[in-house]
Design a protein around this ligand. Structure first.
Ligand SMILES: Nc1nc2c(c(=O)[nH]1)N[C@H]1C(S)=C(S)[C@@H](COP(=O)(O)O)O[C@H]1N2
Ligand SMILES: [Mo]
Length: 268
């Protein structure tokens, strides 16, 4: 039996924490656990960022080139009015290569104009609440449940603010055939039976279509606390708590319910 740290070396990547921190997401592989075997999806091969300093310097005073035109419009230039400036800017840009944008978008989510804000009061209940009674009744097979021997306390009610996932998917062009479920990845590492894995579960499209799946970044009128999934979590109304993925970083459209272990082996 491999040790825990060996398992973590093979199944998990040592730089996983960078994903949790929103760093270098464009350089790190994603663990795909939608099938029986886990495999890595590597981002496209990167060119190292380069910069031709000479070409950049040859355009002259960059403060003039990017001089602000309108009071309060930081960094704004009406480029189409200045073909010559435009050519200079192009020279600067084309003398460099950049890292691609990361998967993460830490800019503010587009506001009311794009997606109407929703607010729901939801009770999230862990399917393992009152687990102490389960352990008492079935102690023999309680191989891992004693890790969380809680009684009736694994329930919480809060007001969550965010948007309906349905609107976002519609904005992305809608769900395409043959997809019927959405798969959600949390950025945390989940450890069970000496296996390190992503927290991956899925929810049927019908649930999303009924506007019962919320992308939430506020809790009780405040920024979502880290422990409850900052910067963004899912709130799935009327399902076990396990589907309300915290620290959400990826959504995939899939045909069948996910086979990822968290859902297929634990939270059925
Ligand atoms: N990424 C991630 N999301 C997760 C979990 C997790 O371990 N990782 N636990 C789930 C489970 S089992 C429950 S019951 C709820 C608990 O949500 P709460 O911490 O806001 O009460 O989060 C769910 N979302
Ligand atoms: Mo749970």
């Amino acid at each position: 039996m491999p040790t825990l740290s060996e398992q973590m070396d093979t199944v998990n990547r040592p730089d996983e924490w960078k994903i949790e921190q929103g760093m270098a997401a464009h350089k790190l592989p994603v663990l795909d656990q939608s099938g029986r075997d886990t495999f890595h999806i590597y981002p496209p091969e990167l060119k190292r960022p380069t910069k031709d300093e000479e070409a950049t310097a040859s355009v002259g005073d960059r403060n003039k080139l990017f001089a602000r035109e309108k009071e309060g419009w930081v960094g704004y230039v009406e480029w189409e009015n200045y073909p010559e400036k435009k050519a200079q800017a192009n020279k600067i840009l084309s003398s460099q290569t950049f890292d691609p944008c990361s998967d993460f978008m830490f800019d503010p989510i587009p506001g009311e104009s794009k997606f109407p804000r929703v607010e729901v009061t939801a009770t999230i209940q862990c399917s393992g609440t009152r687990r102490i009674e389960q352990i008492n009744l079935y102690g023999g097979q309680g191989d891992e449940v004693p890790q969380a021997p809680w009684a009736e306390g694994a329930i919480g009610t809060a007001r969550y603010g965010g948007i309906s996932l349905r609107k976002l998917i519609k904005d992305c062009g809608g769900l395409q055939e043959p997809a019927k479920h959405l798969e959600f990845y949390g950025a945390d590492t989940y450890i069970k039976d000496l296996e390190a894995m992503n927290y991956v579960v899925s929810v049927p499209w019908t649930k999303v279509k009924a506007s019962e799946v919320i992308l939430a970044w506020e809790m009780n009128g405040e920024q979502l606390p880290k422990i409850h999934g900052y910067p963004m979590r899912l709130v799935v109304l009327g399902y076990i708590g396990a589907r309300s993925v915290k620290w959400l970083y990826r959504v995939k459209a899939i045909e069948n319910p996910t086979l990822a272990p968290v859902q297929s082996r634990e939270y059925l």
